[in-house]
Design a protein around this ligand. Structure first.
Ligand SMILES: Nc1ncnc2c1ncn2[C@@H]1O[C@H](COP(=O)(O)OP(=O)(O)O)[C@@H](O)[C@H]1O
Ligand SMILES: Nc1ccn([C@H]2C[C@H](O)[C@@H](COP(=O)(O)OP(=O)(O)O)O2)c(=O)n1
Length: 227
């Protein structure tokens, strides 16, 4: 691991990690690791290569050799994701890919295969790391660890609105049920379960605006001398 600081942001689906991490990276001028994208990409690679999600050995090979580029535009702070030469930035965002990712992510050997790849994202001047186990497993030495949460109903509402805004039809009830299944799987798995690190600060964002969450995290960063 390089000697640059890491801010970890963990939490369940729809708690606002992606939004806050992207804003933090822009505000601080730091790099960004979207670790969930790696699990989603292994899932998509599995589909492309006809690998079923309980073929652990084949999934580990895919994870270890994942041919992916994260291209960040200098001005926009937007990331384009290229898997095996194909642009998949939007493709991996479906609820289906999220569910596949959650299944794959319960396999310890797959997590192991992605560990060093994630740590290699640490670079000057610092890293914002978005995921489930950033503070507990991947970057245990991080000087600032944030755990975002919100009620399952609020998170389902956010996801629903996000899909409707994208012009994708969605059922609130189905989304809520999917979120509850994914929460249970991510929190109860044997390896690297979703939970706050002992030294994490937890923010319940159910009633907080995006601006308020960002301000609270930046405040913590200032306290820690990170900005
Ligand atoms: N504090 C908040 N209040 C209201 N909406 C939010 C808040 N945080 C995030 N959102 C919205 O909720 C949706 C899911 O957020 P996202 O950052 O993708 O969550 P995660 O990465 O944790 O799954 C997005 O449409 C985002 O704009
Ligand atoms: N560090 C991580 C990141 C994601 N995962 C798994 C568990 C999640 O349900 C899936 C998808 O994660 P992702 O953060 O992309 O999903 P959301 O945007 O929170 O819906 O991947 C993980 O186990 N560990």
């Amino acid at each position: 691991m390089g000697n640059f600081p890491v801010i970890t942001v963990d939490g369940p689906s729809g708690s606002g990690k992606g939004t806050i991490c992207s804003l933090l990276a822009r505000e601080l001028g730091w790099n960004l690791l979207d670790s969930g994208a790696l699990y989603r990409l292994v899932g998509l690679a599995a589909r492309h290569h006809g690998v079923v999600l309980d073929d652990e050995d084949a999934l580990v090979v895919l994870a270890a050799h994942l041919d992916v580029q994260f291209e960040t535009s200098a001005t926009q702070n937007e990331v384009t994701i290229i898997l095996e030469g194909e642009e998949v930035t939007q493709t991996i965002r479906t609820e289906e890919c999220g569910a596949d990712a959650s299944v794959i992510a319960a396999i310890g050997s797959v997590r192991e295969a992605l560990l060093e790849r994630q740590r290699a994202f640490v670079s000057e001047p610092g890293l914002i790391a978005d995921g489930r186990d950033m503070g507990t497993v991947v970057f245990p030495q991080a000087p600032l660890k944030v755990y975002l949460t919100a009620s399952a109903e609020e998170r389902a509402n956010r996801r629903y609105n996000q899909l409707i805004n994208k012009g994708v039809g969605a059922s609130l009830q189905t989304i809520l049920a999917d979120i509850q299944v994914r929460d249970a799987r991510d929190m109860n798995r044997a390896v690297a379960p979703l939970k706050p690190a002992d030294d994490a600060i937890t923010l319940d964002t159910t009633q907080l605006s995006i601006e308020a969450v960002l301000a609270a995290v930046l405040d913590q960063a200032r306290h820690k001398g990170l900005r």
